[in-house]
Ligand binder design. Sequence first.
Ligand SMILES: [Fe+2]
Ligand SMILES: [Fe+2]
Length: 302
Amino acid sequence: MAVVRFAHITDLHGTDPGRWPLPWLVSKRLLGYLSWRRRRRHEHRPEILAALVAALRDLDDEVILVTGDLCQIGLPVEFRAARRLLEELGPPERVLLVPGNHDSYGPAPLAETYALWADYLGGLKAGSPGPRVDRRDGVVFLGLDSALPTAPFLATGRLGRAQLEALDRELAALAGDPALRVLYLHHPPDPGAVGRRKALVDDAELMRLLATRGVDLVLHGHDHRPRRDLLDLGGRRIPVLSLASGSARGSKSVARRAAIHRHRISPSPVGWTLELEVLRHDPGTGRFVPVEEASLAIPGRG
Ligand SMILES: [Fe+2]
Ligand SMILES: [Fe+2]
């Protein structure tokens, strides 16, 4: 197997819904808009996002995985701006996107929202329940769609039966295939990772499926903080990783400052070795700089 390289960024929250975009501001969107005006627009900064794009352009990683939440309240004007951002990051062959709950914040015409990202979503939100499956040399990226509009004060996600069944079929078809399986989605996959108000409602079903079929690495977003845990898949413990929002100042803590994860995965005698490099936004220079390297073991599927 060749060495597999890719980057992971999440929760870019880089779009501006505009000044009082009536008549969009009904129910949940009004609350989301007020929260953005009051608080979130001071935390998620366009200049940090510009530095993120510049940093990724300097990297030679083959693929950039983006785990959703490009928007604030999922308005057409935001989808248009996020489309430009995606193009700055790279072509759809390089930038693999799954949606987040702030992209599916409320009802909106498909043609003015997700259809604008269609090539970056690889079939998600276009009739296919997911997963999206993208094969590169030695690796299969499996992207899940967990984003759907929810009631006010909820940030839950759902995969749905059709997507879980399709994922089961995809993984069954990969049996015996030595390619590394990287699963990525917006919401954390495991029960208890976040409160139920923010959780994936069918996380237990997903975990059962993954324990049966096996994946090698899980990446997610949504919680805006770094995470490096082990996920127990039927006794086999694989890494589950997340990171801070790609546009965050980190006003609450340095750990929540905007970050990029770079992954380099190579075969080892017992499976794979994941070398993780963390780049973080440095407010002094305005650039993303390496702050940490870690080596993680991924056990073979035996
Ligand atoms: Fe987010
Ligand atoms: Fe989210």
